[in-house]
Structures are given as C-alpha cells and as structure tokens.
Design a protein around this ligand. Sequence first.
Ligand SMILES: NC(=O)c1ccc[n+]([C@@H]2O[C@H](COP(=O)([O-])OP(=O)(O)OC[C@H]3O[C@@H](n4cnc5c(N)ncnc54)[C@H](OP(=O)(O)O)[C@@H]3O)[C@@H](O)[C@H]2O)c1
Length: 283
Amino acid sequence: MNNEFYIHGQVALITGGNVGIGRITAIELAKKGFKVIIAGRSLERTQPVLDHINSLAVDEQAIFLPLDLGSFSSVRECVRLFNQLNLPLHLLINNAGVAGLRGLTQDGFEMTFGINHLGHFLLTHLLLEKLQSSGHSRVISVSSRAHKRAAQIDWDALRQPTNSWTGIREYSVSKLANLLFSAELAKRVQGTSVSTYSLHPGVVDTEIWRAVPDWARPLLRLRGFLTPEEGARTTLHCAMHAPKQESGLYYADSKLMQPAGLGQDLELAAELWERSEEWVNHI
Ligand SMILES: NC(=O)c1ccc[n+]([C@@H]2O[C@H](COP(=O)([O-])OP(=O)(O)OC[C@H]3O[C@@H](n4cnc5c(N)ncnc54)[C@H](OP(=O)(O)O)[C@@H]3O)[C@@H](O)[C@H]2O)c1
C-alpha cells in the first residue's frame, strides 16, 4: 500500500475543475480534507461543483477564482486574488486543457499551446514562491500520451494561428510542453520543498473532444474511453501518493512511465522554459 503524502486541511488549487477529469479530482480532494480552489472561466458553470463539494459536509468550503488561461492578464489577476485569500498552497494541479480549437490567444500565441502550456507556465511561475513557502508542495501537470506524436516544436508556428485542420498536431505539442515543463521545473526547484509530476490520465470520456471535427473522433475512440472517475485516478495518485523523490517524472495508470520521443529531451525542456519565460515576461 502506498504512503499518503498529504495532511488534512491542506490547500489545493486546480484549473478547469468544473467538468471532466478536473471536476472529479476537485471532489475527491475535498473528500480527503483539502481546501479546494477551482480556477476557471465561469462561476456559473463551476457553481454545481462548488455546491456539490459544500454539500458533502467536508470541513473546508470550496472557492472559485476567475481564470482564463488564454490571457496573461487574467492569469496575473487570478494569482492576485489568490494571494488576497492569505492561504498557503500545497497542491497546484494544472489540469485545464483544450483540443481542436483554432486561432490565437489574446496575447498572440497559437491557441492550444497558449492555453495548455503558456497560461499554466505563468500561473505556476507566479505561485512558485507561495508553493515554496508552504512546506511540502506539489505541482501536477496533466499532460497526455499524445506528447509522443509531437515530432518537433516549431517555435515560429507558436506565434501563428493554429495551422493543422484538426488542431490535434498543436494539441500534441502542447502536451509535450506540459511534460517538458514539469521535468524542467523539477530541476529548477531541486532542493526546495516543491516536487513536480506530469501524467497521462487515459483516454477519458469528457468534453475535451467537442472541438475536434466529427470525422476525426473515431480515431480517438480506438482504445475505448475511461470514465472521468477512472481518468482522475492518476492525478490523485500524483497528488497524494507518488514519492517526493520521483519529482519531475511522468506517470500513466498511476505508475511511473517513460516519456516517449521528445518527452525525454531535457535540452528541449530547458529551451522551452527559457522561451516561455521570455514570452510571459515581455507581453
Ligand atoms: N479526456 C481525455 O481523453 C484526455 C486524455 C489525455 C489528456 N487529457 C487532459 O486532461 C485535462 C482535462 O481534460 P478533460 O478531458 O477533463 O477535458 P474537459 O472536460 O473539456 O475539461 C477541460 C477543462 O479546461 C477548462 N478550460 C478550457 N479552456 C480554458 C481556459 N482558457 N482557461 C481556463 N480553463 C479552461 C474547461 O473549462 P470551460 O468549461 O470554461 O471550458 C474545463 O474545465 C486536459 O489537460 C487534457 O489535455 C485528457
């Protein structure tokens, strides 16, 4: 049986906790005694989860914070509001994600990369001091096995509107970026109280595939869908059970897994970090 690395009353912030894998993750963390903060685009769409958590007779009330990961100014405002709560932070779950959207974010980045990677990069960057001053803490990045389909990171393409017809190529790059970010963050916080994990949740029956064209969806279903409850298991494992010394590593099915292809390229991880830092600091 695994050890449990959390203490009742600790604080977790999760992005995209209103539906899908994030909704189940938020509910299960609340049941374990975490104070859960759900950061997302719509209070109205999050209210049913807040009500559900608050009806469970848990000790801590769940809180909503507005956050649009496609906007750097929204990410900064979210962190400002979080800091006003005067809470520590023990668990940051970078869960929110989009697939199949096309276009540019408000700050001029390819839509999927901007939301899935850059928004979370900035959020984590701005919360790092808080995580480091809160005792043992964890940053979890919900990546995907789709990272292995990314053949390269075309830096110029990241400043252009989505190029592929389905958006799946850009999704793979964004999920590679989630994985590389987690590995590089682990290196940068080595020796501090923060540990990091990235993961593939499985292929899960959620709303994420809604923007992918109908004709491309059967490809996604080839291996069958997990329920959101099953899909949240690996995130929950990384949040509460994965050993601290496994910081920076990648999980699937609640077990350590070797990343594929560019997911092992630590030089690329360092370059992605440097470019991301430059982008979020200069826009
Ligand atoms: N489902 C799968 O098979 C699968 C497989 C591998 C990896 N994943 C990863 O798992 C994570 C969760 O996905 P899911 O399957 O649970 O999808 P989902 O049901 O579509 O949930 C996605 C969440 O992301 C939020 N979100 C989207 N754009 C956002 C933005 N600009 N700012 C803030 N939040 C935003 C959504 O909020 P709104 O309600 O406002 O849109 C929603 O809460 C994603 O990172 C995804 O890449 C999923």
